[in-house]
Structures are given as C-alpha cells and as structure tokens.
Design a protein around this ligand. Structure first.
Ligand SMILES: [Zn+2]
Length: 56
C-alpha cells in the first residue's frame, strides 16, 4: 500500500498517514513538530511583515 509518502517538515522523517499531524497542508511526525513549524512560520512572518497595526 503506497501512495502516501510524506515527510515531517521539521525533522524530515517519514510520516505515516495514520500517525501524521497536519498543519497548513503540511505533515509532521508529531504534534510537537507541527507546533514548532507553526511557531517558526509565525516568527518568520512577523519579521518580514514589520508594519504592525491595521492594513486599511
Ligand atoms: Zn518531525
């Protein structure tokens, strides 16, 4: 049974469909790494989008 080949976006380990955690359409080996990726993404976004306040 193939067809599901995903890797954790944090550590690169193979993840199985039944044990994977999905965030932002990406797959992770654990909820811990999913959270880590979310934190990374947020901090990166904060840095690149340094305006703050309302956009309109
Ligand atoms: Zn991982």
């Amino acid at each position: 049974m193939f067809g599901f080949k995903k890797h954790c976006q944090v550590c690169g380990i193979d993840v199985k469909k039944e044990t994977s955690f999905e965030r932002f359409g990406k797959y992770f080996c654990s909820n811990d790494h999913a959270q880590k990726y979310a934190d990374l993404k947020m901090s990166t976004k904060e840095e690149s989008d340094d305006r703050g306040g309302c956009c309109c």
